[in-house]
Design a protein around this ligand. Structure first.
Ligand code: SF4
Length: 322
């Protein structure tokens, strides 16, 4: 069995937000008691509606945001409370790919300098050495040295995401946190980028934390999936189990919305009522009870415990699950 690369336990984060003129500041509870682990070389995906806390979780793990409570273990080292000066080693091991390749690349820099930037910050390599590595990594992601002297606006969306991937790869990271890396791209380009990520994972033994609102995207790349709702993971398990035997009503609703590419087959769609409640004032008991089509009385006042499913590694938080 592979070694655990990342282990997150009881991660919490709240943000203080301004209230009305005569009101106290309010707390937005973005991430509430999130726990999961990723073995080396595997992909764990966080899925859920926008605003469920999945991107915040990724940013907490990459230490772009200061964690509130909980622990983050990277290769056996606890990093959640380390000061910036102590995070140098971790910054090389963890890299991010962002959602919007249009916004995440500096329009004033040439591709060569964008991709070389992490080397400039973290190494003492000469300019010639840095540029040599840039040429090599551009080849790896399907671009060439010819592209290095151009600006990001000269590229298509898919090519820009390849540049973003090259920048993440140049430090030879262990963990890549990919935050909605294909959601801004056309469907045909999405498939190319997902295939590229899978090839790179096999070649460089990369571990991915993949964040997406789209279960059909996640199906192609994940080994394990965590379904998030209002800051917490409500169901997690091996991909096959989540897709073939989902237990949580929210997971079932998400799966029912995936189109089937066969006009003769129909899937009964579960339409959730209402919007995602505010994380400033999340519902008591089960956070999903205000929209759950099968809620019980107990769900309004008692938070459901995490229960082990029939398959190893499958966990569900729901009063209905035996
Ligand atoms: Fe629905 Fe209750 Fe289960 Fe929550 S605990 S998902 S409200 S049945």
């Amino acid at each position: 069995m592979s070694k655990t690369l990342l282990k997150v336990t009881g991660l919490k984060k709240s943000f203080s937000i301004p209230a009305g003129m005569f009101e106290k500041k309010k707390l937005l509870k973005a991430v509430h008691d999130v726990s999961f682990m990723i073995p080396e070389g595997k992909t764990f995906s966080l899925v859920g509606e926008s605003g469920c806390g999945k991107s915040t979780t990724g940013r907490l793990i990459s230490r772009l945001i200061e964690p509130g409570e909980g622990e983050i273990w990277l290769e056996g080292e606890e990093i959640s409370q380390k000061k910036e000066a102590q995070l140098k080693g971790m910054r090389k091991k963890v890299q991010m790919i962002f959602q919007d390749p249009y916004a995440s690349l500096n329009p004033r820099m040439k591709v060569r300098d964008i991709v070389a930037e992490p080397l400039t910050i973290h190494t003492k390599l000469s300019r010639a050495e840095r540029y040599k590595q840039v040429s090599e990594i551009l080849e790896v992601v399907g671009l060439s040295d010819y592209h290095a002297n151009r600006y990001a606006h000269e590229f298509s969306g898919g090519q820009r995401q390849r540049i973003g991937i090259a920048r993440a790869l140049i430090m030879k990271p262990k963990l890549i946190i990919a935050d909605e890396p294909v959601s801004a791209l056309d469907v045909s380009i999405q498939a190319q980028i997902l295939n590229l990520l899978k090839e790179l994972q096999a070649e460089f033994d990369l571990t991915y934390l993949f964040i997406s609102h789209d279960l059909s995207v996640v199906e192609h790349i994940s080994d394990h999936i965590g379904v998030m709702y209002l800051g917490t993971i409500v169901e997690s398990g091996p991909k096959e189990v989540i897709f073939s035997n989902p237990q949580h009503p929210y997971t079932k609703a998400l799966l029912s919305s995936i189109p089937i590419p066969d006009p003769k087959l129909r899937r009964e769609r579960i339409i959730l009522q209402g919007d995602l409640p505010s994380p400033v004032n999340p519902p008591a008991g089960c956070r999903f009870h205000t929209r759950c089509p099968v809620a019980l009385d107990i769900c309004k006042g008692t938070e459901p415990p995490v229960k082990q499913g029939e398959t190893a590694g499958h966990f569900v938080s729901c009063h209905l699950v035996e």
